[in-house]
Design a binder for this molecule. Structure first.
Ligand code: HEC
Length: 164
């Protein structure tokens, strides 16, 4: 009887230890999982909207707008279009910077609201994505057309949110 009791106690103790180890293992996995499966890192907005406009949005938009253009002056008509792979890649990079500046405007902590602000930022995102695809396809007409609607997205947001 005693021996049986003692055996029972030992096996009960082993069982409890085993359960403990399983729980500890599960906890460890629980801790490790978010790091392993979640790519998102908390982003802290640092730049003001004004700095993003002046440092990223405006320079990038200027590159897209001037990539395909016709200038008429006293010396005649000057057509500008990207010609080499490098020139097309540069247009694509500027369009990509413009897309990302739209993302920066929508980041939590910087987005002014979830209504019109986000709508206009999304408009900038969509129109500059169109320019990016145009650059990838080396399509001058698309760059021109995208340039127009990009401009509308800037104007829409400024009309509603710019104070000066
Ligand atoms: C979602 C809203 C939004 C969109 C879209 C937007 N802007 Fe702005 N922009 C603002 C606001 C708000 C300001 C005023 C910031 C301030 O003065 O604090 C501003 C200011 C500016 C300024 C003045 C910066 C300075 O140094 O005073 C420029 C230049 C500018 N935007 C260019 C653009 C261009 C070009 C586009 C489109 C390609 C664009 N913005 C799209 C919201 C937007």
């Amino acid at each position: 009887m005693r021996a049986a009791n003692a055996l029972f106690l030992v096996s009960a103790a082993l069982f409890v230890t085993g359960v403990g180890l399983v729980i500890a293992g599960a906890r460890e996995r629980g801790k490790a999982q978010p790091v392993a499966t979640t790519a998102a890192v908390a982003i802290t907005p640092v730049a003001s909207v004004k700095q993003i406009m002046a440092g990223i949005t405006m320079p990038a938009a200027n590159e897209v707008w001037s990539a395909v253009s016709t200038i008429v002056d006293a010396e005649g008509i000057h057509e500008t279009v990207p010609r080499t792979d490098d020139e097309w890649a540069a247009v694509g990079s500027s369009a990509a910077a413009l897309v990302e500046s739209a993302n920066l405007l929508m980041v939590e902590g910087r987005a002014v609201d979830n209504g019109d602000w986000t709508k206009f930022a999304k408009q900038l995102f969509d129109t500059s994505t169109r320019a990016l695809k145009g650059a990838e396809n080396k399509n001058t007409q698309e760059i021109l057309a995208a340039g127009e609607v990009i401009n509308e997205s800037c104007d829409n947001c400024h009309a509603r949110y710019m104070r000066n």
